[in-house]
Design a binder for this molecule. Structure first.
Ligand SMILES: CC(C)(COP(=O)(O)OP(=O)(O)OC[C@H]1O[C@@H](n2cnc3c(N)ncnc32)[C@H](O)[C@@H]1OP(=O)(O)O)[C@@H](O)C(=O)NCCC(=O)NCCS
Length: 178
């Protein structure tokens, strides 16, 4: 399996992967929503604000992950991990964890200090994330599931509190996603 930056001529295949995986796990309407979100991320985000990676085997994309810029008034260098998907037939074989580790290493090499995500602590705690209180680090929108606001520092042991508001890239600027 080869992990690498996604190639822009695979945009449609990546959109299809996310649509299929999220349709399988959360139903068709969620699949369509996430497929559209990923397409918007790839086509509507400036290069310096987006990282996307794929796991490929025999020319087939088995999994993919995106990190997009999270902007804080204080200027800290932070990204949001979302979304990540592994082909339904290849789940629970470690592909998801490898994609996340690979992505976090690339971001760290580029000097990114903090990564946040919004999801299931049971899964994300295995790759270094802990629950972050909204008072400690503000999410861009009010969270419908505050226990899912997670973060990790790539440069120290813990996430220190950040003063001020945060904002996300256009593709995530929809309160319904939060
Ligand atoms: C979540 C996802 C990316 C994980 O990828 P994966 O390749 O299946 O994960 P791994 O094999 O690396 O899993 C590592 C561990 O995470 C946990 N895990 C995996 N999928 C999980 C899930 N859906 N819920 C809770 N924990 C999960 C398991 O504990 C697993 O360890 P175990 O097999 O030893 O019990 C993948 O299952 C997926 O695409 N799911 C549907 C889409 C989704 O929910 N994406 C995440 C939100 S953006």
């Amino acid at each position: 399996m080869k992990l690498s930056e996604y190639s822009t001529n695979k945009t449609e295949e990546i959109k299809e992967l996310f649509t299929k995986v999220f349709s399988d796990s959360e139903g068709e309407s969620e699949g369509l929503l996430i497929g559209k979100l990923v397409h918007q991320l790839m086509t509507g985000t400036s290069d310096q604000d987006l990282y996307g990676f794929t796991a490929v085997e025999n020319e087939k994309i088995l999994g993919s992950i995106f990190f997009s810029k999270l902007t804080f008034e204080s200027g800290v260098n932070a990204f949001l991990l979302s979304p990540v998907a592994v082909d339904t037939k290849y789940q629970r074989k470690g592909v998801g964890q490898k994609l996340i580790d690979f992505g976090l290493n690339q971001l760290k090499e580029d000097g990114v200090g903090l990564v946040f995500t919004y999801g299931d602590i049971k899964f994300y705690s295995k790759v270094g994330f802990s629950i972050i209180a909204e008072e400690v680090v503000k999410a861009p929108f009010t969270l419908s599931y505050p226990e899912g606001w997670l973060g990790q520092s790539l440069v120290s042991d813990e996430v220190e509190s950040i003063v001020g508001d945060s904002s996300c890239v256009e593709a995530f600027s929809d309160p319904k996603l939060w």
